[in-house]
Design a protein around this ligand. Sequence first.
Ligand code: GRF
Length: 198
Amino acid sequence: MLKVVVLISGGGSNLKALLDAAADSAYPAQIVAVGSDTDASGLEYAREAGIPAFIVRPRDYEDRAAWGEAFAAGIREYEPDLVVSAGLMRVLPADFVREFSPRLINTHPALLPLYPGAHAVRDALAAGATETGVTVHIIDEGVDTGPVLRNRSLTILDGESEEDLHERIKQIERPLLVDTVRDIATGDLQLGTSPAAD
Ligand code: GRF
């Protein structure tokens, strides 16, 4: 059973999808803890599922590196086989990435390498794109630059708002993340070798 720690900052619908999948005993991964940088509303899903949740706030630390070390220590306690950033809205410091990568993955609401960063949906719309999507990738020391594991695309509708588009992206993002974690757990998807997009 693959032990997974999930990291969130917001509503946690991707976390919820993972928790729902893991509630089925046939799913080969188990969510052992949820970490956040803030009092994220999605932490409620962890509480409902009886899974430990922890918050490590950047403002309680002198700098990003010190925060990263404290966040890493919180995660380490659960001895995860995989760390999943599912809506963690913070760039992870280099030491943190070195400790967990390549067993550290992120889900991003665009077809990387297009539209990295915190405003991927807005940026796709501003660029006049007709297609965007979602990418699950290994986190490296850059911002959304790590090797792509899986992606899915969707067509942007005429006049679609950022909010509506993001919601449609999240509808394909949740099952993609659930499937990707499953495939990592079964060994169908290898980390640390040379992952390829499918
Ligand atoms: C997701 O689209 C994720 O890719 C992005 O933020 C969103 C988080 O959604 N970074 P949720 O908190 O899982 O609902």
